[in-house]
Design a binder for this molecule. Structure first.
Ligand code: GLN
Length: 324
């Protein structure tokens, strides 16, 4: 595989640190090391459509705060972004609701599986954070209070942020989750019984399954979230996507809750705010420097990409880039 550099965007000057490291060469090392971990994880069988994917695929794309892109591997293959979409919903909710969002959902790591029901019952329907499924449903419910036709709103938002018209919603995955997402129905009904959501359960879940089924490439994802590495300002769009305050807070939430019940292990190994999805994608932020999107379909027991986590760990080891 060849590390490639693209400077399609005339962004700002590259940061000093990035001038001293050779990203194309580093990406080659990372890909070589990480892909030796093919075969160590499992495809998510609880979403049958995702269990059909060819497992030995790997892509990694970096968009820097100067707007430059560096890529390696399968960076133009679209995959199901799944829970990475919770970031889109959170950005929309923070922009639409402001601080009142936090009376509906918490900001603490859950320490339980992403679709766990037990904690939600103990804690009377206030989910621990916006990145577990229950928290994502409550966050989305707040967005639905402000918008109509959420699937097109979230699709347009993803296309806008990534500047890519090829971003789509995979209707086969929507349908698959609609038919097999029993735990998500259980979570939504529990939330409804605690009066924590306003939208009817089926409407809320339809919106949720559409956002999970967004299909994007690593290249798209690294562009879409680079604003979080740059105080909320997208170097691609040359405009603010969120305020600097929100960008900092979203990164903090990713650091403490973005990788589910292995968030501590991930912080130990990588030391970057990140958000994963069961489609095998991970978006990681290096504040002040770049957004990294990595993808490889096989998952560990927490639902994070085995090869993706390994790639980010190797990347942070070689470059010394982490928030610590
Ligand atoms: N659609 C998936 C679910 O609801 C998203 C989970 C994930 O990516 N962790 O179970």
């Amino acid at each position: 595989m060849n590390g490639q550099r693209h400077s399609r965007f005339n962004g700002r000057r590259q940061s000093r640190v990035l001038e001293t490291i050779n990203l194309p060469i580093i990406l080659e090392h990372v890909a070589e090391a990480a892909t030796t971990f093919y075969g160590r994880g499992k495809l998510p069988e609880y979403i049958p459509e995702l269990a059909e994917i060819e497992p030995n695929q790997f892509g990694m794309a970096i968009t820097t705060v100067a707007g430059e892109q560096y890529t390696i591997g399968d960076v133009d293959v679209a995959f199901s972004i799944q829970s990475i979409s919770k970031l889109l919903a959170l950005i929309l909710a923070m922009n639409l609701e402001g601080e009142s969002l936090w009376s509906h959902v918490g900001r603490e790591p859950s320490g339980t599986r992403f679709n766990s029901l037990v904690q939600l019952e103990y804690e009377q329907g206030i989910p621990r954070n916006p990145f577990i499924n229950a928290g994502a449903l409550v966050t989305l419910d707040r967005v639905l209070a402000h918008v109509r036709d959420y699937p097109s709103v979230v699709l347009d938002f993803a296309r806008f942020l990534s500047m890519s018209d090829s971003v789509a919603i995979d209707s086969a995955i929507v349908e698959c989750e609609r038919q097999t997402g029993h735990t998500n129905y259980a979570l939504a009904y529990l939330l409804r019984s605690f009066r924590r959501i306003e939208a009817p359960v089926t409407e809320l879940l339809a919106a949720y399954f559409h956002q999970c089924a967004l299909s994007m490439t690593c290249r798209d994802l690294s562009r879409a979230f680079v604003a979080l590495a740059n105080g909320g300002l997208s170097p691609i769009l040359e405009e603010a996507v969120v305020t600097a305050r929100h960008a900092k807070r979203i990164n903090s939430l990713m650091l403490t809750s973005g990788m589910y019940d292995s968030v501590g292990n991930f912080a130990y190994r990588v030391g970057l705010p990140a958000k994963s999805g069961v489609g095998g994608g991970i978006v990681a932020i290096v504040p002040g420097h770049m957004c990294i999107a990595v993808w490889s379909p096989e998952l560990d027991l927490s639902g994070n990409s085995v090869v993706g986590v390994r790639a980010l760990e190797t990347f942070s080891e070689i470059t010394g880039l982490s928030i610590f």
